[in-house]
Design a protein. Structure first.
Length: 295
């Protein structure tokens, strides 16, 4: 028996290394996880175009519908019958008749995991989606960045932030649809730097990271003062999930405020919990009085 075990150990030790690192999310050839996933999606699109079955039409045959976890709901201002619903692992859906019927409108994109959906207040045709489920459970799938539609969800463009993996909120400036904020949680199982709060002022062509704490702290909420678009609140969340452990709180968690549209931030601590046991928080601003903030 000892001789057999020794033989197995030698065989395993002699196998070539794959180059995959669990701690850094690297892939063979030196590509990052997000780069490899986007390359795989491009290859999928190529195979789809060449498929002999590409013109077949499919329909749901049962056994039953299972909607999954709803992560986000958005309605265009003034359009009471139009609703967008993002499902954690089940696509983006749209209804034009107040929820009587629904259509999936994200079928041909590189991910089905939806974390956030937002509609511009100044142009209801502009819809943003942040991909990657927000629940951050073991069953939560990563997304492939931020997406934008200029025709009410008819067509989509991937606007980057691929390595954020999980975008929890998208906030569109009510006066300028080119100004968008994306709250990114980051990787679920590994540490990475593309997390925190991101901002674009050119409709998603370029992004700046405007709030960052560390490679294990992500941004899970962002809110804007309804009377002053230069006043922002952001919730940072420290978490560490491993196969053998799940820490859902840490000293990096906290509520931040900016009074200059994200150029500078202040950690708010008066009257709020602090320390290693602070976890995920939600935030809401009273429209009747923006000085009233609920956390």
């Amino acid at each position: 028996m000892k001789a057999a075990l020794c033989c197995v150990a030698i065989l395993v030790a002699g196998l070539p290394r794959s180059g995959v690192s669990a701690s850094h999310g690297a892939h063979p050839g030196g590509s990052s996880g997000s780069t490899a996933r986007m390359r795989s999606w491009a290859h999928h699109q190529k195979l789809k175009k060449e498929s002999q079955f590409k013109n077949l039409k499919w329909r749901q045959a049962g056994p039953a519908f299972q909607g999954g976890r709803i992560e986000s709901i958005a309605c265009p201002p003034g359009y009471t019958s139009t609703i967008y619903v993002g499902v954690g692992s089940g696509n983006l859906w749209k209804s034009n008749n107040n929820g009587t019927t629904w259509q999936p409108i994200f079928e041909n994109e590189s991910t089905f995991a939806i974390g956030a959906v937002a509609v511009s207040q100044s142009d209801p045709n502009i819809v943003w989606v942040g991909t990657g489920e927000v629940l951050m459970a073991r069953s939560s799938y990563a997304g492939t960045g931020a997406f934008k539609s200029a025709d009410g969800g008819g067509t989509w463009s991937n606007m980057g932030l691929h390595d954020t993996y999980h975008i929890a909120r998208v906030l569109i400036d009510p006066h300028d649809p080119d100004i968008v904020y994306a709250a990114a949680i980051g990787h679920n199982y590994t540490y990475n730097k593309q997390r925190g709060l991101f901002k674009t002022t050119d409709g998603g062509r370029t992004w700046n990271k405007i709030l960052y704490v560390s490679n294990r702290v992500g941004c899970v909420e962002v809110a804007m003062d309804p009377d002053d678009n230069s006043i922002l609140y952001a919730v940072m969340w420290e978490r560490d999930r491993k196969a053998w452990n799940n820490v859902e709180a840490g000293p990096g968690s906290g509520l931040y405020k900016s009074t200059d549209a994200g150029s500078n931030w202040e950690l708010l601590s008066e009257g709020l919990p602090r320390g290693k046991h602070v976890g995920r928080m939600a935030i809401a601003i009273a429209e009747s009085d923006p000085n009233v903030v609920y956390v």
